[in-house]
Design a protein. Sequence first.
Length: 176
Amino acid sequence: MTEPHFSQTSQSRRTLPAVLHYLVTLVFAVWLGGFTFYALVVVPTGHQVLKSKMRQGFITQQVTNQLNVLGVAALSLLLWQMLAVRQRAGSRGGSRTAWLSWTVLALTLAALFWIHPRLDTMLDPVSRSVADDDRFYEWHRWYLVVATMQWMAAVVHLATLIGKQGESPPTAVRSP
């Protein structure tokens, strides 16, 4: 009995979407996991080891810039995947929860990109000090509120991805 023969094009049509689905999930997991680990472990440990919330804050300033850029990559890939699902399934493709959570993720990420430079202008990296404590902490409070909303939306979006675990990844879009 001979093995079934699949053309390289046929295999590529099945393999590429699976690889891209894996990449989307991986980038999203790194972003959400990185944010969660940083907030729950690194920040409190940094406060304890450095004996200074101010020193830890200057580290956090740099890390959050990187997390926000990673968020752009994750949201771009998630959007690509959701559009592929919609195109495959027609206009009703994708869950409303997935689209809503993605929209909240995008809006909160945009807000964080908007708030971050305002916080940066109140930090003096040479003296490692805050120029205007009251104003800084007011903006910082908003940053934390928006970041928390983003984290909650990410958990909801993760639930939509896990809920589809038994489904196959998006297939390649075939042109007519």
